[in-house]
Ligand binder design. Sequence first.
Ligand SMILES: Nc1ncnc2c1ncn2[C@@H]1O[C@H](COP(=O)(O)OP(=O)(O)OP(=O)(O)O)[C@@H](O)[C@H]1O
Ligand SMILES: [Mg+2]
Length: 444
Amino acid sequence: MSQWRRSEFTGNGIAAGVRPDGREPEEVQQWLHQRLVRQLDPAVISDSSGRKSREAIESAARALLSVDAPQIIGETKEEIIAAVVDEIAGYGPIDPLVRDPQISEIMVNAPDLVYFERDGRLYESPLQFRDAAHVMRVVERILAPLGRRIDEASPMVDARLPDGSRVNVIIPPLAPDSPILTIRKFRTDRYGLDDLITIGTLNDETVAFLRACITARINVLISGGTGTGKTTLLNALSACLGAGERIVTIEDPLELQLRQRHVVRLEARPPGIEGRGEVTQRDLFRNALRMRPDRIIVGEVRGGEAFDMMQAMNTGHEGSMSTLHANSPRDALARIENMVLVAGYDIPISAIREQIASAIHLVVQIARMPDGARRVTHITEIAGMEGPTVTTQDIYRYVITGSMGAGPVAGYFETTGVRPRFADRLQAFGFDLHTETFARGRRF
Ligand SMILES: Nc1ncnc2c1ncn2[C@@H]1O[C@H](COP(=O)(O)OP(=O)(O)OP(=O)(O)O)[C@@H](O)[C@H]1O
Ligand SMILES: [Mg+2]
């Protein structure tokens, strides 16, 4: 059995039955925890998300403390009770972070090193686990109700919690220092396009442009680094999809929240415990083609489905949207090329590039600024092929003018002088097009 699974209470010398008189608060807390776990109805413990069970655990804890540890009073008593309730019904020490709606991500790097993200910035939290086994116990409690397991045989897990939050866990020996837990909380207050304008990720004109692109069934790829807001932007842009369209989404795991009524959601499935039963995004994509989709949206393209997507986009399935992990529009294309290559078809690279050049029309690049804000930095057209290379041309760019240091980043969007090949199509779909619209160096 792995060292991480060993109970953290072995060997601390406190038996659950013995009164904890004269002990340190920390020891009383461990004693109380053990007593409660033995005493409480397992149903109360396993239904740990409910408010009722928190209350039940709290009142049982209060009763036990007053009888068996009457010396513990006041603030110390409240702290012990809160910690034990978090431990049994919640996420242990990081429970306050999980419950704080201002916090978007929680990262446990080591038992004594917890970070969180708020308003786009990372902070170190004073909250700590006792040791690696303690982290593991919380991880196991998160995963067990999901029917997922983590151990040396499968030391990485990516899972979705019932509330939509995402959890990733990786343990030794892959992460040699400690089990690492990353939680991305599900936001119910999703950003809409108006919000993205208000916080400066986009502005009125770039939104109007993208709206027309989507209505005109331009194939759009949203590209950016990790956590830069790609999925959020895709979600917001999905508001531009027509109500009369049949939309099929493919995700791994589910994240999108489309507002339309006619949406079919498909979610990939990881292999089961015996390594069987995996359903990939690629399998789902092929199935989706048989479901009479008007649009197929792949939450994030990362594998063999890229090949099928390119083919589908080239054979009449237009108006697709997807996100992809890349640091520039050019890099995005290189990644797609790589994914197609890895899918293992015996196709010359020139043919793959031609497919990509004709399938993808537009790349929207998003980035995280040093001040934590997210901004669309490039809106780039795929212009075609020049010899063996796929050519790209920026249509809009964000130019940074000030403060790459600690303060807020200042800058403006500008046009580059490139008129997209599909400009007339955009006008037909309501984009206000003047002779000046795509003139070089217009700032706004
Ligand atoms: N425009 C934005 N402004 C500020 N914060 C944002 C913005 N978009 C997203 N965020 C925040 O950034 C975090 C990551 O967002 P999101 O999941 O959309 O990013 P992502 O690029 O898709 O990440 P991943 O690389 O994991 O797929 C979330 O906590 C989200 O609330
Ligand atoms: Mg994403």
